[in-house]
Write a protein that binds this ligand. Structure first.
Ligand SMILES: O=P(O)(O)OC[C@H]1O[C@H](OP(=O)(O)OP(=O)(O)O)[C@H](O)[C@@H]1O
Ligand SMILES: NC(=O)CC[C@H](N)C(=O)O
Length: 627
């Protein structure tokens, strides 16, 4: 089975004082480097395929290196890159190590501007040369560019065709290279525009260089290069002359947060990492707005600029459900609410038999939703107790009270995740085997043959985790019934904005719907959706319609869940199995500000999404489906 990958993380730091300041105040000029390490480590959940960092030293003399980069592959990449950077300092004397002036003059990575990236590849390929930041070198300092991003565009092919038509020649067919070429090309134009102005003003030599570096307008560069980007992105960059930028997509799909005080300006993909790394409260951190860029110029002046007009804002709800760390105060509340909202359906699934049900979660991400679910169950039980007491019709005796009040929600740690690896994102071939062995159970945590087991997870995508591991091992405990609860709705459609799940055939919900259509002699629904999809291939993407919705339309969520259970329950399972899903309304009530739900609803935020879905469905029918 093909690997599902997702996300990337970005981190940027601009030191606003000279290195001496940090040496004096914090005992090290490596303050920025160390903070970058923290910001990256705390976002390692966002990318374990590779990591890289770039650094720019302001005001280096000609002949001295001013732009540095280090990259590595694998889950240990963060340690490796920082280890390599630190190895440059290992032979220094104590005096040299604490001499900020010496560091600034002589040492690599002793700069004021830093940028870090954590990667899971999406459109880009795997391998070290695809690990960000990407570099574009030039003899003019201001034309040098380091670029990294948390992004996925739906129209890389169109952009590639257009830029090659105007004579450009990207060295690789990879999305980040193409972005690098586009931004780099515009940066070149900007530098040339300023060169002409400087010359017209009679400047020469370094006078021209300084003029250019003092007047670069990155807003211009970003505006002209991002015009046609259709997708989710937070693109970050540094130029050789120390300009820093981060720009967010106009739909607000991918997230970014920033903070500034008089010492430092910082940007990261997730808010709590800034809170922790810099010890600041959430109210001092701002979110980069849809279509907005954060720009810091060579002199350290920070501003936000609207680069593209905000579109219908659809921030990715999967960030809230699963990707981002649950330590964000809002995400924590939202995840709890997701769990709480499921309580009525859970009670239905266990016939309200609270006394014979054990509640638990599938580690790790679902833990927070589990606490919310427990809270909801507690509330339900308290109401029950009040009803029971009232039903007595007299002042309860001590024994009566004790009997009623001793009823509890039975929460246990049932499933254990032994390997600290997200099975959702582990390496391709090894994933299946890994998924089967990654979880374990607590033996004796429920009464066999008597108790139900309700276990919450945050998402069911391909169902591999359930099929290959969870249902089988839970069944060993002998529960009467296993109720799997998903805190997110059914994942029905591919994502093209950062989560690389492009094949329809991967989704268990899709497989279930196709099975149901076949079983009920409704193949004509499939054929008609295919025909309509095929007919619109040459239409402009803005006019395309999501016909895959027709595959799901004849069925209720419950019918699809029931079919999924059939497909996912391993042979020989003794317990009855049921899957309870979060309805779409539940998701929106819990995460009201993150309305991006295309993977659940099929409502894509950009026309490019519908176009790619159309292709994915056609490919599925032509390559996988048996007529
Ligand atoms: O249906 P599937 O395709 O198997 O994917 C869904 C599973 O993947 C994720 O877990 P992950 O292994 O990433 O663990 P985590 O909760 O610890 O992040 C998620 O929490 C589900 O358990
Ligand atoms: N997950 C991401 O944001 C990946 C960035 C980029 N699309 C790549 O594949 O390298």
């Amino acid at each position: 089975m093909e690997q599902l990958k997702h996300e990337c993380g970005v981190a940027m730091i601009r030191l606003l004082k000279p290195l001496e300041y940090y040496e004096e105040k914090y005992g090290t000029w490596m303050y920025g480097l160390n903070k970058l390490y923290l910001l990256m480590e705390k976002q390692h959940n966002r990318g374990q395929e590779g990591a890289g960092l770039a650094c720019v030293k302001l005001e280096a003399n000609p002949g001295e290196e001013y732009m540095f980069r280090e990259r590595a592959l694998g889950s240990g990449a963060i340690t490796e890159i920082f280890g390599t950077v630190q190895s440059n300092f290992k032979d220094l004397t104590k005096e040299q190590l604490h001499d900020a002036g010496y560091a600034k003059r002589v040492l690599p990575f002793a700069g004021e501007v830093y940028m870090g990236h954590l990667r899971y590849s999406t459109t880009g390929k795997s391998g070290l040369s695809y690990v960000h930041p990407f570099l574009r070198r030039n003899n003019w300092r201001a034309k040098n560019l380091a670029l990294c991003g948390n992004f996925n565009l739906t129209n890389v092919d169109e952009i590639f065709a257009r830029i090659t038509a105007i004579g450009q020649h990207p060295r690789k067919y990879a999305d980040t290279y193409i972005m690098l070429e586009q931004v780099g090309h515009r940066l070149d134009r900007e530098v040339e525009r300023l060169f002409n102005l400087a010359e017209a003003e009679g400047l020469t030599g370094m006078g021209i260089t300084h003029y250019i570096e003092d007047h670069i307008d990155l807003a211009n560069v970003l505006r002209t290069s991002s015009k046609e980007w259709d997708g989710g992105y937070v693109m970050c960059g540094l130029t050789g002359s120390g300009e820093t930028f981060a720009v967010r997509d106009p739909w607000g799909i991918r997230p970014a947060f920033w903070y500034q005080d008089d010492e430092i300006a910082v940007l990261a993909s997730e808010r709590p990492v800034i809170q922790t790394a810099l010890n600041v409260s959430a109210d001092r951190i701002r979110e980069l707005q849809p279509g907005q860029a954060l720009l810091i110029n060579k002199a350290g002046k920070l501003r936000t600029v609207q680069i593209n007009k905000p579109r219908e804002v659809k921030p990715c709800s999967f960030e809230r459900i699963y990707f981002s760390r649950g330590s964000d105060m809002d995400i924590y509340k939202e995840r709890k609410l997701l769990g709480e909202k499921l309580v009525p359906n859970i009670l239905k699934a266990i016939d309200k038999d609270i006394d014979h049900t054990v509640f638990s979660f599938i580690p790790n991400t679902a833990e927070v939703a589990f606490y919310g679910m427990l809270q909801g169950l507690d509330d339900y039980l308290n109401e029950e107790k009040v009803r029971q007491i009232a039903a007595l019709g007299h002042n309860p005796s001590h024994d009566e009270l004790e009997r009623i009040l001793s009823r509890r929600i039975r929460s246990e740690k049932v499933a254990i995740k032994d390997i600290k690896l997200r099975t959702f994102i582990a390496e391709g071939n090894s994933r299946n085997d890994l998924a089967a062995h990654v979880y374990d159970i607590t033996y004796g945590s429920l009464v066999p043959g008597t108790d139900n087991l309700v276990i919450i997870d945050d998402s069911i995508v391909r169902g591999t985790t359930l099929k290959q591991s969870i249902i089988g091992i839970l069944d060993r405990l002998g529960p009467k019934k296993i109720v799997i609860v998903s805190s997110s709705p059914q994942v029905r459609y591919p994502d093209y904005y950062g989560i690389d799940m492009a094949k329809m055939s991967e989704f268990i919900a899709f497989k279930a719907a196709i099975e149901l259509l076949k079983e009920r002699e409704m193949r004509d629904v499939i054929e008609s959706a295919y025909r309509k999809s095929k007919e619109q291939v040459s239409l402009p993407k803005e006019q395309m319609v999501n016909y895959v919705k027709e595959i799901y339309a004849p069925f209720t969520d419950e019918e699809i869940s029931a079919k999924m259970v059939e497909l996912l329950t391993p042979k020989g399972t003794k317990a009855q199995v049921q899957i309870v899903y979060q309805p779409l309304e539940g998701l929106h009530e819990a995460c009201p500000r993150h309305r991006g739900n295309w993977y659940f609803s099929g409502d894509y935020p950009t026309p490019g999404g519908v176009k790619l879905l159309n292709m994915a469905f056609i490919n599925y029918i032509e390559q996988v489906y048996q007529f």
